[in-house]
Design a binder for this molecule. Structure first.
Ligand SMILES: [Zn+2]
Ligand SMILES: [Zn+2]
Length: 160
């Protein structure tokens, strides 16, 4: 697929990007392509390259247009999990391996809780894994550490 896009001049990619934007609908932050889709649900567009008709994916075109190309050997991962979304800000160029790992983790990620039992969100910044690979909330951990520290200090002061 990417070789099709690299065969297109930037001006043609720009023209197609304009067409894609015109045929997409804003849903939240997603630019949802309203035209034809391939079997995986990705937006697809037929373009003519050297008199041959080729199918290109709309999100790849938009990414190539916005970022000036797609890094070689990378696939584009939809961070918004919406395959027909063409918003380049929702796409990340990752290796095939990373993409598979993310896909496999998705079901688990969805099923998992989004917040700790005290209501703090399990964001990547607020989460780490303990030695048993359990998720730990950093906010709770910090509060617990602060309490322990205060208690220890109190005991030391009482002893002194
Ligand atoms: Zn999106
Ligand atoms: Zn917490």
């Amino acid at each position: 697929m990417s070789e099709v896009i690299t065969a297109l001049p930037a001006s043609e990619i720009g023209r197609l990007a304009g067409r894609i934007i015109a045929r997409s609908r804003l849903v939240g932050d997603c630019w949802v392509w309203q035209g034809g889709k391939d079997a995986q649900g990705y937006g697809a567009l037929t373009v003519k390259i050297a008199d041959r008709k080729r199918r290109v994916k709309t999100h790849r075109l938009m990414y190539a247009h916005a970022k000036g190309g797609i890094p070689e050997g990378r696939v584009l991962d939809h961070l918004c999990r919406n395959p027909s979304c063409c918003n380049p800000d929702h796409l990340e160029a990752v290796t095939q391996r990373e993409n598979l790992l993310r896909g496999n983790n998705l079901a688990a990620r969805r099923a998992a809780q989004t917040h700790c039992k005290w209501g703090h969100e399990f964001t990547p910044e607020n989460t780490y894994r303990d030695h048993l690979q359990r998720r730990v909330c950093r906010t709770c951990r910090a509060e617990l550490d602060a309490k322990r520290y205060a208690k220890r200090k109190q005991q030391q002061e009482r002893r002194a």
